[in-house]
Design a binder for this molecule. Structure first.
Ligand code: GAL
Length: 575
């Protein structure tokens, strides 16, 4: 890995706020002399040649697109992406190629990446412009696909525009496979996170308006019916004020200490929902006010978590919840929304540390998880957060979304690990038994086993009469927990993600370059889910290796297969 500094980098960059940042310089083969740099009115621009067959992956959690070659992305924090344009709950300025190198751009700006465009060398494209002179006429395209495919044949430059700044540090990381490169990127931020085994168990988030007695009722019902359950999540209703938050128990929980005792006595962990926008009735409100942004969100303060004062005031109060036995949090809405009511602070917001809203959006999730880790002290956790950015691998927080398109959720399982992120394809409600079970199959084979019933007054499976199938799937999850925990130990020690897209391990296999609906689970499994509404049949690709069906133990040859099943196709690599 090798760091290059162009111009004068900014003060507020992710590496500054990464607690375990650990850069060990090593020379690289990448032709760094081909990178051109210039500063213009918009900020700074880097560009360099791309091989014609270079494929490009990463840029954080990307729900709408897997391989970014030929596209342009603007990495904006946005909880409701509608197209593959770079909007994401968790955009990350790090990408990897199938050409043995990746690049981390250390910026908290909404950088733009043109993943294969044309540039006139007179403007410093870092390469000689290839002038293509064709014989004869080119046929006019008669569809938009045809029109724009023509251009891609000669698109050979990667251009990175970083607005509002005069320079940037860039890290080039090399490795034989994408997994090697991503592992080094994760080690740059201190390695992957370690999680307790119970954190990988079944998390049921209850209807937001339940009383303490109704929550206890859910636990008793699931336990009496032998349905695995490890963690209960309480949604906004536990607080006396939400949107923005008071962090105080509501009337639905008249005796919180007693409630917590009951949960712990039943062997259940408790996870509390919150966001950081602090309501005037919150005990910490007045103390936080001087350390907060110049804008409010839902009438609440936006604390500047780069400041020690704000971190301490906020985490001290959250510690009182941890002392009661709470060992997980769901940190909501630290992202931003461009299309759902357009809430959150603007890019122009000013924070006391000197950051603006754009920089704070890129760092909010990371800073908030740090504050909550301070509140948790040594208490192990696997918690949730709705925004993360660069250099986040060592934080045990899983991303989630209000979006619900099942194929996008499966794609998220495959794209998050390119960037040191964890993603939860949660189950909420379903329109049919088939949809519920298809979604639960994917949940069971993901990093977090989350049923997020925050708006479902009843257990979501009851209306479909499929309790037996739900029990069986959740018991399968329980069997997978030790394997998954072992994969997390490897993640911590080496940076190798517990779940990986096929192209990460099998980078040289051209067949997997665009496979966004299969993934590797732990060291030896390959999962090929069938998305809700897709019937019972799908095509599955197995790379080279000695494979067997995970459920029957029957040998399966590498290559493409058509599989028909009501279950989830899973394969185990022998040896
Ligand atoms: C959303 C969140 C949901 C649920 C809801 C409660 O922002 O994504 O999972 O927690 O808030 O108000």
């Amino acid at each position: 890995m090798y760091k290059l500094t162009f111009g004068t980098p900014e003060k507020h960059v992710p590496s500054k706020y990464c607690k375990n940042f650990n850069y060990v310089p090593k020379s690289v083969n990448f032709p760094t002399e081909n990178i051109s740099f210039r500063v213009n009115n918009r900020g700074c621009v880097l560009s360099f040649p791309l091989d014609n067959d270079a494929q490009i992956y990463g840029f954080g959690l990307q729900l709408k697109q897997f391989n970014h070659r030929g596209r342009k992305l603007k990495l904006s924090v946005n909880a409701d992406p509608v197209a593959p344009t770079g909007d994401s709950h968790a955009p990350v300025p790090f990408f990897v190629t199938n050409k043995s190198w990746g690049m981390y751009v250390d910026t908290a700006r909404y950088a733009e990446f043109y993943c294969g465009n044309q540039m006139n060398s007179a403007f410093g494209g870092g390469q000689k412009r290839q002038v293509v002179k064709e014989e004869g006429n080119r046929l006019a395209g008669i569809s938009t696909d045809e029109l724009y495919a023509i251009r891609q044949e000669s698109d050979q430059t990667m251009t990175i525009q970083i607005p509002g700044c005069q320079g940037v540090d860039v890290y080039i990381i090399e490795g034989d496979t994408i997994t090697d490169i991503v592992s080094q990127y994760n080690m740059l931020s201190g390695g992957g996170c370690d999680v307790p085994e119970w954190g990988l168990g079944v998390l049921y988030r209850c209807y937001s308006r339940y009383t303490d007695k109704q929550v206890i009722g859910v636990v008793e019902e699931m336990q009496s019916k032998d349905i695995p359950l490890h963690i209960i999540g309480l949604e906004p209703g536990w607080q006396s004020s939400t949107y923005s938050c008071s962090y105080l128990w509501s009337d639905l929980y008249p005796n919180p200490a007693e409630f917590m005792k009951t949960m712990l006595s039943k062997g259940i962990h408790v996870n509390l929902w919150e966001h950081a926008y602090t309501h005037p009735t919150a005990p910490v409100h007045d103390a936080l006010a001087p350390y907060s942004a110049d804008t409010l969100v839902w009438g609440g303060l936006v604390p500047d978590f780069t400041l020690d004062e704000a971190r301490k005031i906020f985490s001290d109060h959250q510690k009182t919840l941890v002392e009661m036995g709470v060992d997980g949090f769901k940190l909501d809405e630290c992202d931003n929304s461009d299309y759902t009511g357009s809430w959150s602070f603007p890019l122009s917001a000013q924070f006391p540390s000197g950051m603006d809203g754009e920089q704070y959006h890129s760092l909010f999730g990371l800073l908030y998880t740090q504050v909550m880790m301070e509140a948790l002290g040594d208490t192990p956790t696997l918690s949730e957060v709705r925004n993360m950015g660069a250099l986040a691998a060592s934080y045990p927080f899983v991303l989630y979304s209000d979006l619900y398109e099942h194929q996008d959720f499966i794609r998220g399982v495959a794209t998050a690990p390119f960037s040191g992120l964890l993603w939860s394809p949660e189950l909420r409600d379903a329109a049919s038994r088939e949809e519920l079970l298809r979604r639960l199959q994917v949940v069971v084979f993901s990093v977090q086993c989350l049923i997020n019933a925050w708006y479902c007054p009843d257990l979501p499976w009851r209306e479909f009469g499929c309790e037996d199938e739900v029990r069986e799937l959740l018991k399968l999850r329980v069997r997978l927990m030790p394997k998954l925990q072992e994969a997390f130990h490897i993640y911590k020690a080496t940076g190798k993600p517990p779940i990986r897209a096929l192209v990460m391990d099998y980078t040289d296999d051209k067949e997997v370059a665009n496979i966004d609906n299969e993934y590797l689970f732990c060291e030896d499994l390959l999962v090929a889910p069938i998305a809700a509404g897709q019937g019972n049949t799908r095509d599955v690709y197995l790379p080279q290796g000695d494979w067997e069906d995970f459920f029957t133990g029957e040998s399966v040859q590498p290559g493409w297969h058509t599989v028909t099943t009501e279950g989830i196709p899973v394969y185990r690599k022998r040896g």
